[in-house]
Design a protein around this ligand. Structure first.
Ligand code: GLV
Ligand code: MN
Ligand code: MN
Length: 412
């Protein structure tokens, strides 16, 4: 392992110790651990020689400025928030590699034809406010001020969470990079799936990112005594939700070559063994590489939910929280990346579709995007067992250095 890879793996380890939960890694947006991670990232970026600041949404941003007039921005980014009980690599790997890439260019006094930005996005997972890509939406100028009123499980609004640690919500719109000022975006991420392991390859190109719809589904029945209410006289919200959830599974199985569907989060009242549940609120996450097909599935599932709610006399609310169409990675950036892969001696280069969402989705609304996937053991992710080897990380670093060198040559 060379010195740079050693620094990367040490930093991954160090960041993974910053958690809000002492039993596992959990770092949601706007928590003490999240703020501590932000501060650590700032010190690493400063040590790398970048001009560092934290924007109003807690995105840590470091810039290497170009001396050229009218230079545009090239951004390397990923996220530092995590899911609950997370692994060490989802998000941080792309950030820490980004800092390393910039540090080499700084140490070599490289003349840059573009401003090189390293962006550590504060929220990609959306674990706390059900708002995936919050951080990158700010850079892309796509932050929707309606999101400020969203609440977490303790009724804290996003607006309050932002103001506790990061700043002034009024200033969010000033933190964007203007649409015409973008040159491109690059994100390095673990694959989070099994293809690279099967192909025995350390890295590969990403061709496209699946479309994703998130819905918040609420079922309201009547709470009643579990011992005295006959089975035929109940308005049980949890039974209605359960029937629907099995429908989501069935739909996913029916179209398994092009659809996945998950209910991963649920809150219920009164959550007591002898009370019939009166209230259930759960997430729905559906994804497909085919955006139109996904919209059709969303309609179908909503109709199914309406049917169940009528049959069971349960009040239903269906709130679409997020709808992101599929993203195609930029063909020119992909060509440059493919050439860089070849130049570091990897002859076989494949492209895969990402089922996982990435900050690249939000940035694609304003700039050409590119992504490199790094093999992770058995494709395990969103799990503490998540792992990418130092050897594969070293390959990703070499490819990325080469990619930046090619881009610098091209735009000089
Ligand atoms: C993030 O990991 C997502 O795909 O939801
Ligand atoms: Mn991620
Ligand atoms: Mn993730």
């Amino acid at each position: 392992m060379n010195n740079r890879t050693e620094r990367i793996t040490k930093r991954l380890e160090q960041l993974s110790l910053i958690s809000d939960d002492d039993k596992c890694l959990s770092r949601f947006f706007g928590t003490p651990a999240h703020n501590e991670a932000k501060n650590l990232l700032m010190t690493w970026m400063e040590a790398a020689g970048l001009l560092v600041f934290c924007d109003s949404l807690g995105n840590v941003r470091g810039v290497l400025k170009s001396n050229q007039q009218n230079a545009k921005h090239f951004v390397i980014g990923s996220h530092y928030d995590t899911v609950y009980n997370a692994g060490n690599f989802d998000g941080p790997l792309g950030i820490i590699l980004g800092i390393e890439i910039a540090q080499r260019l700084k140490e070599n006094n490289t003349e840059l034809p573009f401003h090189l930005n390293i962006a550590c996005f504060s929220d990609e997972e959306g674990s706390r406010f059900n708002t995936a890509y919050l951080g990158s939406s700010v850079l892309a100028g796509n932050f929707d001020t309606d999101w400020l009123l969203r609440t977490d499980d303790c009724n804290v609004t996003l607006s309050e969470a932002i103001e506790t640690y990061y700043g002034n919500v009024e200033a969010i719109s000033n933190d964007k990079i203007l649409e015409g000022d973008w040159l491109g975006y690059y994100e390095i991420h673990i694959e989070q799936g099994p293809v690279l392991c099967k192909e025995n390859l350390p890295i590969c190109l990403v061709s496209n990112i699946a479309s994703q719809i998130r819905v918040e589904v609420t079922w309201e029945g009547i709470s009643a005594h579990a011992g005295t209410s006959p089975m035929y006289l109940r308005d049980d919200a949890l039974c209605a939700a359960s029937e629907f959830i099995l429908e989501v599974e069935k739909t996913g199985q029916k179209h398994q070559e092009k659809l996945v569907g998950t209910v991963g989060k649920m809150n219920m009242l009164s959550n007591t063994s002898n009370v019939i549940p009166a209230f259930v609120c759960h997430s729905l996450d559906i994804r497909s590489a085919d955006s139109d097909f996904l919209i059709e599935i969303q309609d179908q599932l909503q109709h199914k939910a309406i049917e169940i709610s009528k049959k069971r006399n349960i009040k239903l609310s269906w709130k679409v929280m997020q709808m992101n169409p599929a993203v195609i990675c930029d063909s020119h950036l992909k060509d440059v990346l493919r050439k860089s892969i070849k130049k570091v001696g990897i002859d076989k280069s494949i492209e895969i579709t990402s089922g996982a969402g990435h900050d690249a989705v939000m940035i694609s609304k304003v700039a050409p995007v590119s992504m490199l996937f790094v093999r992770c053991t058995d494709g395990i992710s969103h799990n503490p067992e998540e792992y990418a080897s130092p050897e594969d990380i070293e390959v990703a670093l070499k490819v990325s250095d080469q990619f930046l060198d090619e881009l610098i040559k091209e735009f000089n």
